[in-house]
Write a protein that binds this ligand. Structure first.
Ligand code: KG4
Ligand code: ZN
Length: 339
């Protein structure tokens, strides 16, 4: 049995988890900062970094209480080292290095996006690889070919807004609150998806890249009027807003499902996984399920608890990297970029 302490501070959630053998989650604690960022309708990096400092220590202690164990039983410490907000990442990486040094445990640096891409495996009976992974989060919208936990190849990604970012921006246009994804998801359930004609940007034939900024702009002009960036919201009834949410939600989901099917077809792979915050979206889960069933593909959807940022996925991937010998040393650096 190999027990990993995972630490995640790449954006606006401070998260700590304790996971055995990459799948048995003993503790999975998340301190969200949504309240701190809500009035800015987005994450303020400086505020995020300070909030991580304030609660990380306590969260590590609470994780040991929740898992009913002490640091003696930990075999390694896994931490998100990239990509993310540099100030936020630095807090987690510095804490993980300090604990690894003080407790004499191995340290494993984990790529946050690869953790999202492999998070469906936490609950899967067998690792689903090789598979096409769709990672849809606030900062990334990417398709990967996952050959194994430590062999993840990028096939395509967004050339402008990420899917989650588009959800947040549309929620902001409609003054629905932050983070926007879960609210738009909920409002969409009572709206009509064919109420507003919105674009589905597929880019060049066969392209596995994404673009959501045109869709966001189309919503903006629908609400404010052509070419306008403000006003008009007061003319809309609650059911008009539900309809806009449903139409936007359906447009995003359409593109995500079509591109994922395109990637699976091109790679001749019959297994699909989805992860990242937007993978919690109910319509996406439903439509991806239907598309995979129609082609007799197997679909592993990350459990909702592991879709939005969490440290269980960091500890889980950390376990597989550790067993593959991918250990970091105390010179591990936090990096803002994916590379
Ligand atoms: O993976 P995540 O927690 O953080 C990043 O790594 O970015 O993703 C957060 C994003 C936010 O943009 C949020 O609005 C979106 O995921 N999100 C959703 C849903 N739940 C969270 N988007 C659509 N539908 C949801 N149910
Ligand atoms: Zn994330």
């Amino acid at each position: 049995m190999t027990r990993i302490l995972g630490i995640e501070t790449s954006c606006d959630e401070t998260a700590v988890a304790i996971v055995d053998n990459g799948h048995t989650v003993l503790a999975n604690l998340i301190a969200t900062q949504h309240e701190l960022h809500r009035r800015y309708a987005g994450v303020v990096p400086e505020i995020a970094a300070r909030a991580h400092i304030e609660c990380l220590d306590l969260l590590v202690r609470e994780a040991f209480v929740a898992a009913n164990c002490t640091h003696d039983s930990i075999d390694a410490i896994a931490v998100t080292s990239h990509p993310g907000l540099i100030g936020s990442l630095l807090v987690g990486v510095t804490a993980a290095k300090t604990l690894a040094w003080a407790w004499g445990k191995p340290l494993v640096g984990v790529n946050h996006i690869e953790a999202h891409a492999t998070s469906a495996a936490i609950d899967a009976p067998e690792p689903p690889w090789p598979a096409i992974a769709l990672v849809v989060s606030g900062g990334h919208t990417s398709l990967y070919r996952v050959n194994d936990f430590h062999d993840v190849q990028l096939l395509g990604g967004t050339i402008d807004d990420a899917a989650g970012e588009a959800f947040d921006k549309v929620a902001n246009i409609l003054k629905l609150g932050y983070p926007g994804g879960p609210i738009v998801d909920q409002r969409a359930a009572t709206g009509r998806a064919d109420a507003v004609a919105l674009p589905r940007t597929m880019l060049a034939h066969g392209s596995l890249d994404f673009s959501f900024s045109g869709l966001k702009t189309a919503v903006m002009y629908h609400v404010h009027g052509p070419g306008k960036t403000s006003g008009g919201l007061e003319r809309l009834s609650p059911s008009d807003i539900d309809d806009i949410c449903a139409s936007f939600n359906a447009a995003v989901v359409d593109v995500l499902v079509r591109k994922t099917m395109l990637a699976a077809g091109a790679a001749k792979l019959r297994a699909v996984v989805i992860g990242g915050g937007v993978a919690a979206n109910r319509l996406l889960r439903e439509r991806m399920g239907e598309a995979c069933a129609a082609r007799k593909y197997t679909l592993h959807m990350t459990a909702s608890a592991y879709c939005t940022d969490n440290a269980a996925m960091i500890a889980a991937l950390g376990y597989h990297l550790l067993t593959a010998g991918r250990v970091s040393d105390l010179s591990l650096d936090a990096r803002a970029s994916l590379a």
